[in-house]
Write a protein that binds this ligand. Structure first.
Ligand code: PRP
Ligand code: URA
Length: 212
């Protein structure tokens, strides 16, 4: 696959270890949900390496010192429903005060085209660093439309984090949104004729919520 300057693919042994368990069809719902959260937390550290810090005065037991903190209101998490919801707690472990917006998308099973059915974002989101999350990037249709929806509402600083991506999806997002930094835990081989990622992990929403 061609490389893109705005796409970062992780090469981390702990992520490899956890993704191998995530993929296993015998991994149950509870462990699947926990692994999605843990992988998201690891990815959040890397994807927020350039987050803005502000100086604060702190008094230690010994003296006053100037230290640096992330302003509480500066980060928002936006999961793409449903499966993206599984990643929210993983980001909240790192940014517990981040506001959460929701974008509802589902893929038409015939055409694979995404359909937006819900969008509710925190006030002032256009001032924040927005972390859009979805575990699966397949054709890229859902992510591209969600990024479009965020930009239409004024968001200018957006990062997108996904756990498993197909080359087709990466290409689609990188080309349509070169201004968005894309963080991918694992690059897979290709899509099958039904738009599922191979080797993939199946349907992330169903595995998170036990719907099938
Ligand atoms: C999955 C996944 C992504 C989308 C990826 O959601 O969570 O949102 O498919 O596919 P794409 O890149 O081809 O658009 P799905 O539509 O199955 O909805 P769900 O999360 O409610 O199960
Ligand atoms: N959505 C999923 O949940 N899994 C895939 O493999 C593709 C899209």
């Amino acid at each position: 696959m061609k490389t893109y300057p705005n796409v970062y693919i992780f090469d981390h042994p702990l992520i490899k270890h956890k993704v191998s368990i995530l993929r296993d069809k015998n991994t149950g719902m509870k462990e699947f949900r926990e692994l999605i959260e843990e992988i998201t937390t690891i990815m959040t550290y890397e994807s927020m390496k350039d987050v803005e810090l502000v100086p604060v005065e702190v008094e230690t037991p010994l003296e006053k010192t100037v230290q640096y903190r992330v302003p509480e209101e500066s980060v928002a998490i936006v999961p793409i429903l449903r499966a993206g919801l599984g990643m929210v707690n993983g980001v909240h472990r790192v940014f517990p005060t981040a506001r959460v917006g929701h974008i509802g998308m589902y893929r038409d099973e015939e055409t694979l085209e995404p359909r937006e059915y819900y969008c509710k974002l925190p006030d002032g989101i256009e001032q924040k660093t927005v972390l859009l999350v979805d575990p699966m990037l397949a054709t890229g249709g859902s992510a591209c439309d969600a990024l479009e929806a965020l930009k239409k509402r004024g968001c200018g600083n957006i990062k997108f984090m996904c756990i498993i991506a197909a080359p087709e999806g990466i290409e689609a997002v990188a080309k349509a949104h070169p201004d968005v930094s894309v963080y991918v835990s694992t690059l897979d081989r290709c899509l099958n004729s039904h738009g599922y990622i191979l080797p993939g992990l199946g349907d992330a929403g169903d595995r998170l919520y036990g719907t099938k």
